[in-house]
Structure formats: structure tokens, C-alpha cells
Design a protein around this ligand. Structure first.
Ligand SMILES: Cc1cc2nc3c(=O)[nH]c(=O)nc-3n(C[C@H](O)[C@H](O)[C@H](O)COP(=O)(O)OP(=O)(O)OC[C@H]3O[C@@H](n4cnc5c(N)ncnc54)[C@H](O)[C@@H]3O)c2cc1C
Length: 467
């Protein structure tokens, strides 16, 4: 049974064009903007998402006497960090298979560092009293098509070989956990958690302030100038002279032009439903509240929240020429497509309504993992390009950025993943054409199960695209 357009339209009729996670009465008041020139700081962090917040917190934990200022263009969490699915994966490499393809020699170290980062993130939230509903129900990757059954089996075996205690589910076992006629198989990775991203942003900001970080919202950094062994960070209404600067600016590439070589902004769309009734819950099961995804190149991610809504996102990621970021792009027909897919997976929930529809920008690199580096004579470092898997790995990225900007030679700064840059994207308009060709090829592979010559060529040079 496929939902018709009337049913899809009705499900979206009252959906607010707002982000569920931050559109709440308990959103904290905005911190004051930075005003006045001639301020000083040891470290300025640009960006009030997870990378910036973790950089500020870890800098203070390293050295409580360090004077740290965090500057955010809009509201804290206004970009990807407040808009995501809240899946918390230990992976630093956008999954095991991607890590093995890029850094086979280093993968053991990267898996250990990922597990340590996940453990330290949890410890840190406990230590700082951050209540962001972090729980670890695991993630099930479901096969929706016959060729995805093979993909799921291969992924299960790969994880097993690497000692990750995944469980394979046949169609009956998958449907016993979550009732969908579409599920043909699945594998459960018990290491993946879920979090409330809005509360995580707000909790980290409170923790940073308790450590002494000065946080300013509504403060766009407009320029960075080197000045006698320091950096002058210019904003619209003031400036700060800093010894060191960390950029955690995600998909926004304006401050350091070179970032546009390696990253491009891709829009990803999300729906949030009203809470399910007791009857709807009984019809869908899902008592383990696992995070769910499917095994295609174009995949959905979805979860049952603690208040029994369903978040449903992904699949139809869009790049807008020439790397445009614009709030007007957030509402799109992708939401109708998502609603249609939702009722295709859960026909028994027809009649459920969505309360929120939004989109966010994913900072995508050609290898799906961040690019790290320094600029301005080593006084500035950056960590951007998490390609849709940054809720946990931004904490690690912030660690790397701090070690780089402080000139520390550490285990993480020696990693190839940190030292080597991704393959750059070509200039426009070739970039746009290449992204479109890649999307079309990935969609064709999803339909047929076969990789075409374009994708094989990209594989050969270590390039892939994903959301
Ligand atoms: C729809 C969606 C779903 C996702 N789902 C998941 C998921 O389930 N699990 C997962 O692991 N990852 C997910 N991600 C990815 C994850 O959200 C990101 O990797 C992560 O939030 C990146 O954090 P960040 O701090 O690096 O960047 P951002 O959150 O983008 O923060 C960058 C900040 O810098 C600010 N900024 C930029 N320029 C300036 C300037 N000049 N001056 C001042 N401030 C500036 C921006 O306003 C922004 O707040 C998803 C992303 C999206 C968009």
C-alpha cells in the first residue's frame, strides 16, 4: 500500500516550518552580542555548534586559566548541531567500511580513539551535569530491497570481524522489533546512542560558561587579520585580539577561502511527527527505541523519541549551485517525498500527522570525514566536514583542532586522517555537474544494485558522496 498524495498532504498540513529540537519554550535566552573593539582573549572559538562548544570546554579543562571567548553568528545550535537526528555514533570515520577504505593501516587506532571519545563524551556530560537524554538503544540498519539484504549481511560480517558485537536479524526478527512490511533483514549495532541535540547544545553552553568561557550570540565574525604574533578577530560591532583561534564553522566557508576546496554544503531534510497514540504504538512495536536506518546510498534515518514521536529524515540530500546556503531552501518538496516514504514503511500509521518540518546543511567532504589544518602562521586551526556524522565526532574534532593550534605533537595530530587533506572538489560549474552525476549514479545503484563506471572511477581516486 502506498500513501496517496491526499494522505501525504494531510499529514503535513499543520507541520510548522521550525526545528523541533530548538522550537521549545525552554530555549534559553540569547547571550549578549560582542560589542566594542580592543578586547583580548587567549583563545577565540568561532562557531556555536558542537565543535565550537567542545573546543571551548576542552580548552578550559586543559588549562582553567586560559581566557576563552566563543562567538556565534546566530543562536547557539542554529546550524547542523541543533537540527540533526541525534544519532551518537562512536565512529570517527563515517562508518567502518569508509574508514577501512581510506585508512586501512590506521583503522585499529581510529576505532580505539572513537570508542574512547564516546566514553569520554558520556563521562563529560555526567561530570558537567548536562541532561540531553543520552541513551544507547543501538542502531538497526534495515534492508528494504533484495540487494540491500546482501549489503546488510556483508556489513554484519565486517563488523563481526572487527569485534563489534552486532546481531543479524532475518525478516521476522527485524519485523518483531519494528513492524514494517518493508523490512527484509537488518543488523543491530548496539554501540550507537541517541541524544536530544537541542538540549545537548544548551547543556554544553551552560557547562562552558560555568568553566568561565565568555559566550556571545548574534555575533558574526567578518574577518581575521594577523597582527604581530596574534589574530584580530573582527565582528560587525567589535573585535577581539587573540593568541589563538579555532574555527568550528561547519558548512559556512566564508572566513577561510581554502575550506571551499574541500567542503560543500548539502541540504538534508527532516520531519517530526506528533506523539503516537497507544494504538499506533501497539501497531508499530519498536519497544527498544532503536535508531533505524536503511542500507541504500540514499538512506533514511529515524527514531522513536522518548515522548513517542517519530523523527524521520534523510534520503533526498540537495546541493544548490554554487554552494548556496539560504534559509529559503529549507522548505522543499523533499518533505513530501519523506512523508510518502514514511507511510510506505509504516502503512499502519496512515493518519499520523507531522508537527515540524525542517532542513539543515551538511558540511560534506569527498571522503566523508573532516578536514583539519592550520592557517595564519599556525595561530588558527579548523575542523570542518563531518559529512552528516558529527554528533559525537565533533568532540574528537575539537580535540584535534586544539592540539593543532597549540602546536602539540600528539597521537591525534600524527594521524593520517588528520594530516592528509581530502581530494578537493572541482571548481564550479564542474562541481555542480559532478555532484548531480554522482547523485544520479547512486540512485541508479540503489535501484539496480550495480555500481556504474562513474562511481567506480570515483572509488579509484578515493572520492565518494553521501549525506
Ligand atoms: C539534518 C541533519 C541531520 C544530521 N543527523 C546527524 C545524526 O543523526 N548524527 C550525527 O552524528 N550527525 C548528524 N548530522 C551532522 C551533525 O549535526 C554535524 O556534523 C555537527 O552538528 C557539526 O557540528 P559543527 O559544530 O562542526 O557545525 P555546526 O553545527 O554547523 O556549527 C557551526 C556554527 O558556526 C557558526 N558560524 C559560521 N560562520 C560563522 C561566523 N563567520 N561567525 C560566527 N559564527 C559562525 C554557525 O552559525 C554555526 O552555528 C546531521 C546534520 C544535519 C544537517
Amino acid at each position: 500500500m502506498t500513501a496517496d498524495s491526499t494522505a501525504v498532504g494531510a499529514s503535513l498540513a499543520d507541520a510548522a516550518p521550525e526545528v523541533f529540537w530548538t522550537d521549545r519554550p525552554d530555549r534559553p535566552a540569547a547571550r549578549p552580542a560582542l560589542r566594542g573593539a580592543g578586547r583580548r582573549a587567549d583563545l577565540v572559538v568561532v562557531g556555536g555548534g558542537f565543535t565550537g562548544l567542545w573546543a571551548a570546554i576542552q580548552a578550559k579543562e586543559d588549562d582553567p586559566s586560559r581566557d576563552v571567548v566563543l562567538l556565534e553568528r546566530g543562536r547557539l545550535g542554529i546550524a547542523a548541531s541543533g537540527r540533526n537526528g541525534g544519532f551518537v555514533s562512536p565512529s570517527l570515520t563515517h562508518g567502518l567500511a569508509q574508514g577501512l577504505a581510506c585508512w586501512p593501516q590506521e583503522m585499529g587506532t581510529l576505532e580505539r580513539l572513537g570508542a574512547e571519545n564516546f566514553r569520554d563524551l558520556r563521562d563529560s556530560l555526567t561530570r558537567h551535569g548536562v541532561d540531553a537524554d543520552l541513551h544507547v538503544p543501538g542502531e538497526i540498519t534495515m534492508a528494504l530491497t533484495r540487494h540491500q539484504v546482501g549489503t546488510v549481511r556483508d556489513a554484519y560480517e565486517l563488523h563481526r570481524r572487527h569485534g563489534i558485537p552486532v546481531t543479524h536479524l532475518d525478516a521476522d526478527a527485524a519485523r518483531a522489533r519494528v513492524a514494517s512490511p518493508r523490512y527484509l533483514a537488518g543488523f543491530l549495532d548496539p554501540t550507537v546512542g541517541l541524544v536530544d541535540p537541542g538540549r545537548l547544545v544548551w547543556g554544553l553552553a551552560d557547562a562552558a560558561e560555568r568553566l568561565g568561557v565568555r559566550v556571545h550570540e548574534d555575533t558574526t565574525v567578518s574577518g581575521l587579520d594577523r597582527d604581530q604574533g596574534a589574530v584580530v578577530v573582527r565582528t560587525e560591532r567589535g573585535s577581539v585580539r587573540a593568541d589563538r583561534v579555532v574555527l568550528g564553522t561547519g558548512a559556512f566557508r566564508g572566513l577561510l577561502k581554502r575550506l571551499a576546496l574541500w567542503t560543500l554544503p548539502v541540504y538534508d531534510h527532516v520531519l517530526m511527527s506528533e506523539p503516537l497514540s497507544a494504538g499506533q504504538l501497539a501497531a508499530v512495536g519498536w519497544e527498544g527505541r532503536e535508531g533505524l536506518t536503511d542500507a541504500g546510498n540514499q538512506f533514511h534515518y529515524y527514531r522513536r523519541t522518548l515522548d513517542d514521536r517519530v523523527l524521520f529524515g534523510g534520503y533526498d540530500a540537495n546541493y544548490h549551485f554554487p554552494g548556496r546556503i539560504d534559509p529559503r531552501l529549507e522548505q522543499s518538496p523533499s518533505h513530501e517525498l519523506l512523508a510518502r516514504h514514511f507511510f510506505d514503511i509504516f502503512p499502519q500509521l496512515e493518519g499520523l500527522r507531522f508537527t515540524h518540518r525542517w532542513a539543515g546543511v551538511i558540511d560534506t567532504t569527498s571522503r566523508f570525514t573532516p578536514v583539519f589544518g592550520t592557517a595564519l602562521g599556525g595561530h588558527l586551526s579548523y575542523a570542518v566536514g563531518y559529512t552528516g556524522l558529527g554528533v559525537a565526532s565533533t568532540r574528537f574534532g575539537a580535540r584535534v583542532a586544539l592540539d593543532l593550534v597549540d602546536g602539540r605533537d600528539t597521537e591525534v595530530t600524527r594521524l593520517q586522517m588528520v594530516r592528509r587533506k581530502p581530494v578537493p572538489f572541482p571548481p564550479e560549474p564542474i562541481r555542480y555537474a559532478a555532484v548531480r552525476a554522482t547523485r544520479a549514479s547512486l540512485a541508479a545503484e540503489d535501484r539496480t544494485g550495480r555500481r556504474n563506471l562513474w562511481l567506480k572511477g570515483l572509488d579509484a581516486v578515493g572520492v565518494g558522496f553521501d549525506s
